[in-house]
Design a protein around this ligand. Structure first.
Ligand code: 6PG
Length: 486
């Protein structure tokens, strides 16, 4: 009975492809999928179809699945995040034994994973929340894997997980242990937030190149292909070139026929809410999430377009070049990664996860959606200084910002004057200018708060944390509000 090395629940495309990937590395996989009414059983379809002749054990109940896997069991769930995960864990519990490992490979909320790790450990089991990135092809040929949770699980899953993961040129796997609790799923959440940022930045680049430089799909494709041979080399730039060129059945460009309404499944939003909870200025990813939300309001956009038919775009004397737009994209991307890694640091410090940022950047260098040449520089920055507070303080990136800054400013100004929305490029520049401003206007905010609500302020001539209240009107008296921070 107990013949399989790994059990897998959930035979949607990611589950099937991961099962085939494990199998191709010599593992025997027991598979299970809930029977959906009126449809042929997914297990039989898979085992007789794509899985024919392979080391797969089709099972038709949770119990049969568990009993097919040798102990200590490794059971991977590839199911929809949220309640289904708790349901399946509940169904597994009666059959699992001490030391067994349950792995959730979905895009789960890391706070749910924290809770599930604690619950499983109480029952003598191990639980792993594993970020899986790379889409369906990644799952089949080599994803980037971000496992975290019960430390006892790592020696049991390390070999098979590293075997199926994408590899770097030196053969090292894009899968390392991330840390305790929900850290694996948290790191995947930030990966996805960064993915949203990268995608929105590319979309803004497209908007400028198409609307301001008048480039057509073919020339956009060629430009992106050439960028993909340089420092912007990345999966997303590469697929974007292919998307520009792709033709519909009748020979017209498919991209031009796709509605401009962007959807989302939530991970970008979770990055932003984690940032809000930690008082962390994750501005670029927040703008990327909001840009999708704005796109998804077509009625309001239509009304606004009718209400403001003339945006009073001004002709800009200086022409904009593709090279300047490329520089703005690079600089903004750098800000986004700096913010993403800062968020990881803040949350890691809160939970004492001790995340290794250089390693995280390394396992993102292949297999995942945000894979890029750029990440090699991120790894190097954290290898040079593991305590780096911001990527913007690294020598290499400081030089890059210095080189790109004039073009970046010009592009953002050009967008404003030319009525092209650039939420991420412009917020990245504002963040950068805000960060490097020694004397910000926040003194005025503090004065206003104290004026209308007696909220107290600190003084630049007293740096001992003492707070002050002033009776600004002569009618306020000396009573001040309690000083506390949200
Ligand atoms: C990955 C992706 C993937 C994500 C999709 C869709 O790393 O392989 O991040 O996990 O589900 O990109 O995400 P949205 O629907 O939120 O755009």
């Amino acid at each position: 009975m107990e013949t399989a090395d790994i059990g897998l629940i959930g035979l949607a495309v990611m589950g099937e492809n991961l099962a085939l990937n494990f199998e191709s590395k010599g593992y025997t996989i027991a598979v299970y999928n809930r029977r959906s009414p009126g449809r042929e059983h997914a297990v039989d379809r898979f085992v007789e179809g794509r899985g024919r002749g392979k080391r797969l054990v089709g099972t038709h109940s949770i119990r049969e699945l568990v009993e097919s896997v040798r102990r200590p069991r490794r059971i991977l769930m590839m199911i929809r995040a949220g309640e289904p995960v708790d349901e399946v864990i509940g169904q597994l519990m009666p059959y699992l034994e001490r030391g067994d490992v349950v792995i959730d490979g979905g895009n789960s909320d890391y706070l749910d994973t924290q809770r599930r790790v604690a619950q499983a450990e109480k029952a003598g089991l191990s639980f792993v929340g594993c970020g899986v990135s790379g889409g369906e092809l990644g799952a089949l040929h080599g994803p980037s894997l971000m496992p975290g949770g019960s430390a006892a699980a790592w020696p049991l899953i390390k070999e098979p997980f590293q075997a199926i993961a994408a590899k770097l040129d030196d053969g090292s796997p894009c899968c390392e242990w991330i840390g305790p609790g929900g850290s694996g799923h948290f790191v995947k959440t930030v990966h996805n937030g960064i993915e949203y940022g990268d995608m929105q930045l590319i979309a803004e680049t497209y908007s400028l190149l198409r609307n301001r430089l008048g480039m057509d799909n073919e020339s956009l494709a060629s430009l992106f292909e050439s960028w993909n041979r340089g420092e912007l080399n990345s999966y997303l730039i590469g697929i974007t070139a292919e998307i520009f060129r792709f033709k519909d059945d009748d020979g017209a460009y498919l991209l031009d026929r796709i509605r401009d309404v962007a959807r989302q499944k939530g991970t970008g939003k979770w990055s932003v809410s984690a940032a809000l909870d930690r008082n962390d200025p994750l501005t670029l990813i927040a703008e990327a999430v909001f840009a999708r939300m704005l796109s998804a309001l077509p009625d309001e956009r239509r009304t606004a377009a009718e209400s403001y038919p003339d945006p009073q775009a001004q002709s800009v004397v200086e022409t904009l070049t593709a090279g300047q737009i490329r520089a703005a994209l690079y600089a903004s991307k750098l800000v986004s990664y700096a913010q993403g890694f800062s968020l990881m640091r803040r949350v890691s410090e809160l939970y004492d996860w001790r995340l290794d940022y250089g390693t995280i950047a390394r396992i993102w260098r292949n297999g995942c959606i945000i894979r890029s040449a750029f990440l090699e520089k991120v790894t190097e920055a954290f290898r040079t200084d593991p305590d780096l507070r911001s990527l913007l303080f690294d020598d290499f990136f400081r030089d890059k910002i210095g080189q790109t800054l004039p073009a970046w400013r010009r592009v953002v100004a050009h967008g404003a004057l030319g009525a092209v929305a650039l939420p991420c490029m412009s917020s990245a520049l504002s963040y950068f200018d805000g960060l490097r401003t020694l004397r910000s206007p926040a003194n005025l905010l503090q004065a206003q708060r104290d004026y209308f609500g007696a909220h107290r302020y600190e003084r630049i001539d007293r740096d001992d944390g003492t707070t002050f209240h002033t009776d600004w009107t002569g009618r306020g008296g000396n009573t001040s509000a309690e000083s506390y921070e949200a």
